[in-house]
Design a protein around this ligand. Structure first.
Ligand code: HEC
Ligand code: HEC
Ligand code: HEC
Ligand code: HEC
Ligand code: HEC
Ligand code: HEC
Ligand code: HEC
Ligand code: HEC
Ligand code: HEC
Ligand code: HEC
Length: 307
């Protein structure tokens, strides 16, 4: 019923749209959406009317007063919509979206950028997605009541389509709660591009983490240098096989930077073993049993990150 009302509203606006659209160079259809819908009335096409783009009262939307309706995105469709003689081929629509489209990605994206340049920030042009010819429509679905890439629970699936490696990592036993639908990729990334590397949502990797893990920001009286430098020194934020999303198991992780010589791997004599024998305490268990404040310490005598 709502759909019907919308279509009637569109019909009323159509004459105006066609009037202002009928420029000399570009051949727009005579009756806008009505023309298109006379042939395209399948469910997918009609789903557009349940989405954000079909609001007739939005002056900036494709269906706002005097706008070009379908052709605001698909480009002038007059030739495409015209009657064709038998045996003659129908000229293709000016802008067709999607991976198997003959329309260049640049032209597809320009159709959207005509209205959305202000939403894109500085990052888009030249970012990894733009440079690799990823189209707006590769991530965004326009003919739908709601666009899956904008909802936390459905966004990752859109990204996994191209980023298979991250799909695998997210399935590991210790990962951010993305597969549970509680977090999405744009919690950490700005897929429209950013001034940082890896398209981080914030200026640096660490600042991105602090958005949600503010308590790790410090400042600490006693910093642990690799923490201040890069959380990725010890964590795999896409997922890992080790508790705490660590990139390696406890002692190995620490020993990838800290020498096994001297302290603490070879203590004088803890558990009654002869001096020089590696302590079971050190080998079998974790450095964090004693150095519990790996992210930094604020205790006056916490220089060894033990309290
Ligand atoms: C007279 C019927 C007719 C009208 C009017 C018409 N189309 Fe089409 N359109 C077709 C046909 C048939 C195809 C499939 C062409 C093909 O397969 O080569 C098509 C294909 C398309 C496609 C590409 C999808 C595909 O499967 O190839 C788009 C997008 C499209 N039309 C949009 C529009 C828009 C926008 C309008 C209005 C400006 C419009 N059409 C008007 C008949 C029509
Ligand atoms: C005629 C102008 C116009 C064109 C062309 C246009 N949009 Fe929009 N778009 C709007 C308006 C207006 C809104 C609703 C207001 C807003 O959210 O800014 C909107 C909303 C959106 C939203 C938010 C949707 C939501 O559900 O909240 C997305 C995403 C979007 N557009 C993507 C696109 C893409 C991708 C294209 C190209 C295929 C495109 N737009 C073409 C004007 C346009
Ligand atoms: C790699 C996937 C991807 C591509 C490519 C992409 N977007 Fe988006 N877009 C997103 C995501 C994810 C969001 C939601 C951002 C968020 O949650 O912070 C979004 C949000 C939006 C919004 C809504 C912004 C708002 O503030 O509500 C608009 C409009 C939009 N995109 C338009 C475009 C246009 C136009 C293009 C092409 C020039 C494009 N997008 C390309 C993933 C993408
Ligand atoms: C906001 C931009 C926008 C508007 C307005 C719009 N479309 Fe589309 N259209 C798209 C995009 C993007 C796709 C690719 C699939 C998707 O995102 O849902 C598409 C896909 C299609 C397809 C399927 C083509 C294919 O390649 O399989 C048809 C047919 C179509 N549109 C017709 C229309 C008609 C008819 C109207 C007007 C009633 C219209 N579109 C309005 C952006 C738009
Ligand atoms: C908790 C933060 C976080 C979340 C959530 C996140 N990422 Fe990342 N992503 C990172 C960090 C940090 C890097 C930097 C390099 C690395 O550690 O792999 C990165 C790098 C990447 C890269 C570049 C990797 C490369 O080696 O070229 C891609 C692609 C990527 N992420 C995609 C995704 C996708 C898709 C999602 C959602 C399923 C996602 N990310 C969710 C933090 C995150
Ligand atoms: C149509 C395919 C496609 C989709 C969909 C897609 N990407 Fe990408 N993405 C790419 C390509 C291609 C690159 C550049 C090459 C690479 O690093 O793999 C890239 C690169 C990236 C990078 C690395 C940027 C850098 O600076 O190294 C991140 C992060 C990323 N994408 C996140 C996302 C997120 C988040 C989504 C979903 C919202 C998404 N992508 C959807 C194709 C895609
Ligand atoms: C958008 C919010 C958000 C961002 C940004 C974020 N995280 Fe998280 N992080 C979470 C949530 C939610 C959890 C799960 C907490 C829980 O399960 O109690 C979590 C858990 C963790 C855990 C603990 C895992 C465990 O098994 O105990 C680590 C480690 C972690 N994040 C590291 C990072 C790093 C490193 C970054 C930056 C690259 C980052 N996070 C960015 C939200 C975020
Ligand atoms: C020197 C290695 C190292 C660095 C660098 C590091 N962490 Fe950790 N992180 C750990 C260890 C070890 C654990 C404990 C894992 C466990 O509980 O098994 C941990 C646990 C966590 C946890 C979950 C438990 C808790 O304490 O809340 C979060 C969240 C976390 N780290 C976030 C971060 C953030 C954010 C950064 C960057 C500012 C960072 N880590 C840098 C080693 C590190
Ligand atoms: C990426 C390399 C790296 C990793 C991994 C790492 N550290 Fe460190 N750690 C450092 C650096 C660099 C310093 C600063 C050394 C200095 O200032 O002389 C440091 C300092 C320390 C200190 C204080 C030393 C002092 O002289 O006061 C302790 C204790 C420590 N680390 C324990 C650990 C533990 C426990 C782990 C495993 C959870 C670990 N570290 C993992 C690089 C690392
Ligand atoms: C049984 C408790 C204990 C365990 C387990 C332990 N440490 Fe320590 N560690 C200490 C004590 C006590 C000191 C202080 C020694 C000093 O001040 O002379 C220390 C000092 C350090 C220092 C400072 C530099 C130095 O040599 O004095 C580093 C680095 C360090 N430990 C790394 C590690 C690493 C890496 C592990 C795991 C392989 C580990 N510790 C396991 C008790 C422990």
């Amino acid at each position: 019923m709502r759909l019907l009302i919308q279509i009637i509203a569109i019909a009323m606006l159509t004459t105006l749209a066609a009037g202002s659209a009928g420029g000399q160079e570009a051949n727009y259809s005579r009756e806008g959406a009505d023309t298109c819908l006379s042939c395209h009335e399948d469910e997918v096409t009609l789903a557009l009317f349940r989405g954000a783009h079909a609001v007739p009262t939005d002056p900036n939307g494709p269906f706002g007063h005097g706008q070009l309706q379908c052709e605001a995105c698909h480009g002038p469709g007059g030739d495409h919509a015209a009657r064709v003689r038998r045996g003659q081929e129908r000229p293709p629509i000016t802008v067709r979206f999607g991976a198997d489209s003959a329309t260049s990605v640049e032209m597809q994206n320009d159709a959207c950028l005509g209205c959305h340049t202000p939403d894109m920030g500085f990052g888009w042009h030249g970012n990894d997605h733009d440079m690799n010819e990823v189209a707006c429509a590769d991530c965004h679905t326009s003919h739908a009541a709601s666009d899956p890439v904008l909802a936390t629970a459905t966004q990752p699936e859109v990204c996994f389509d191209c980023h298979q490696q991250q799909r695998t990592q997210m399935l590991k036993p210790y990962a951010h709660p993305v597969r549970q639908g509680k977090m999405d990729c744009s919690g950490c990334h700005s897929p429209h591009g950013a001034t940082s590397e890896w398209q981080f949502a914030r200026q640096t990797l660490n600042q991105t983490c602090f958005d949600c893990h503010a308590e790790k920001r410090g400042p600490y009286l006693w910093e642990h240098a690799p923490v201040a430098e890069d959380c990725g020194n010890c964590h795999d934020p896409h997922g890992s096989n080790y508790p705490g999303m660590l990139s390696m198991r406890g002692p190995m992780l620490c020993q990838s930077c800290h020498s096994q010589e001297g302290h603490p791997s070879v203590p004088a004599s803890s558990d009654g073993l002869p001096s020089g024998t590696p302590s079971g305490f050190m080998l079998g268990q974790n450095c964090m049993n004693c150095h519990s404040q790996v992210h930094g310490s604020n205790h006056p005598s916490g220089s060894r990150l033990m309290r």
